[in-house]
Design a protein around this ligand. Structure first.
Ligand code: NAD
Length: 375
């Protein structure tokens, strides 16, 4: 079985393989072909890949007779000309926003597998690209906030006087939010956090932060379905808005991470609430690409409103390309090795498997995933 690793385009810095996973795939019995320059953005040289046992080549070279194609983002279907029919195309394919591209993969006979649709089950934890990349994004969001903030995070007692610690508020305590809390704590900030799922209260406290929760209207019990939130009732939204209004004026840094699968990001902070914050405060909106949690957020840009900097953070994992590539590449290896069939020296993806059903988008020339066919 030949596995192709593509060089990404469109400003992507990450790479879907690292020398460690190349060696592991070879140990499974696969041949690995890496497109020249694929690791450049992640500080992995062609020589590093070669030393690990990969063959380097052009896009056409690596695609030729490859049974598996690995990528971070879904490549332009035109650029896959020459790939074998029935080859597996595996990566973060963004199926809902790139439906035409998925149709083109089907038309080319490729079997596309969307890693971001990995189900949240224990068996799939090590294959979950959303978690591995969100964790890094949560860390980087706090680093970006600290860099944009004109004051220090920790309390400092100096001969010239005392600097008080920054107050950081994290809204949305999933994978990114938990890492944001941990990072802000490590930098010495006073941290508070909120979520709609009640299970997060304990997690917030276990990181030494203060939970700020709507008390008079019920939120989501426990973890919520599969760890995901749903849209909240108008009563809850009103109570949450009041809570945020009273809390946010005292905060220096706010990191928002709230997402609802398949829906635009919930609006958590209004322009009027931003106006109550002290000038020089910083908001990092990690939900920017999903429409933003903050009024006035512009995805991928930094804007100033009422003296407050709002960072519309887009794809922060890209700015930690070496670590992000390593985790992404290991997610891909975990997935493929779990379905590896030694006798066939390739991957066997049983139709009835929960993971396969969730991530398989196209097969036999057709779009087969229910989330796409029902849309
Ligand atoms: P996410 O990115 O979908 O959302 C981020 C957070 O925003 C969530 O905690 C959500 O509850 C919160 N949120 C949504 N609407 C909100 C609102 N109006 N106000 C405040 N907060 C709001 O979530 P995520 O980071 O992908 O993970 C969520 C949970 O899933 C975590 O508990 C995580 O441990 C769990 N998880 C489990 C697995 C697994 O078992 N394989 C994998 C990944 C994540």
């Amino acid at each position: 079985m030949k596995i192709a690793v593509l060089k990404e385009g469109d400003g992507e810095t990450r790479c879907a393989a690292i020398p460690e996973t190349v060696k592991k795939f070879i140990a499974l019995g696969a041949d690995i072909a890496v497109e020249r320059g694929a690791g450049d953005g992640a500080s992995i040289s062609d020589a590093d890949f070669e030393a690990a046992g990969a063959k380097l080549g052009s896009r056409a070279d690596v695609l030729k007779s490859a049974g598996i194609i690995l990528s971070i983002n879904g490549p332009d279907p035109e650029s896959l000309k020459g790939a074998d029919k029935r080859a597996l195309l595996i990566g973060g394919l963004d199926p809902l926003r790139r439906r035409e591209t998925i149709d083109a993969y089907a038309g080319a006979g490729l079997e596309a597998l969307a890693m971001e649709w990995m189900p949240r089950i224990t068996r799939a934890q090590s294959m979950d690209i959303l978690s591995s990349q969100s964790n890094l994004a949560g860390y980087k969001a706090v680093i970006e906030a600290a860099a944009a903030y004109g004051r220090a995070f920790p309390m400092m007692m100096t001969a010239a006087g005392t600097i008080s610690p920054a107050k950081v508020f994290v809204m949305g305590v999933g994978v990114a939010g938990l890492q944001a809390i941990a990072t802000a704590k490590r930098l010495g900030a006073q941290v508070s956090a909120t979520d709609v799922r009640s299970a997060t209260k304990e997690q917030i406290m276990s990181l030494g932060a203060k939970p700020i929760f709507v008390e008079n209207v019920a939120g989501i019990e426990g973890e919520g379905a599969g760890g995901y939130a749903t849209e909240m009732s108008p009563e809850y939204q009103k109570a949450q808005a009041e809570l945020v209004s009273s809390h946010i004026a005292k905060q220096d840094i706010v990191v928002t991470t709230a997402l609802i699968p398949g829906r635009p990001a919930p609006r958590l902070i209004t322009d009027a609430q931003i106006a109550t914050m002290r000038p020089g405060s910083v908001i990092v909106d990690l939900a920017a690409e999903a429409g933003g949690n903050v009024e006035g957020t512009v995805s991928g840009e930094r804007v100033e409103k009422h003296g407050v900097t709002i960072i519309g953070a887009a794809n922060l994992a890209r700015s930690l390309a070496a670590d992000a590539s390593a985790l992404f590449a290991r997610n891909l290896y975990s997935f493929l090795s779990a379905f590896w069939d030694k006798d066939k020296s390739g991957v066997a993806l049983p139709d009835g498997d929960e993971i396969v059903k969730a991530i398989r988008l196209t097969q036999g020339g057709k779009v087969v995933n229910e989330r796409l066919t029902a849309a």
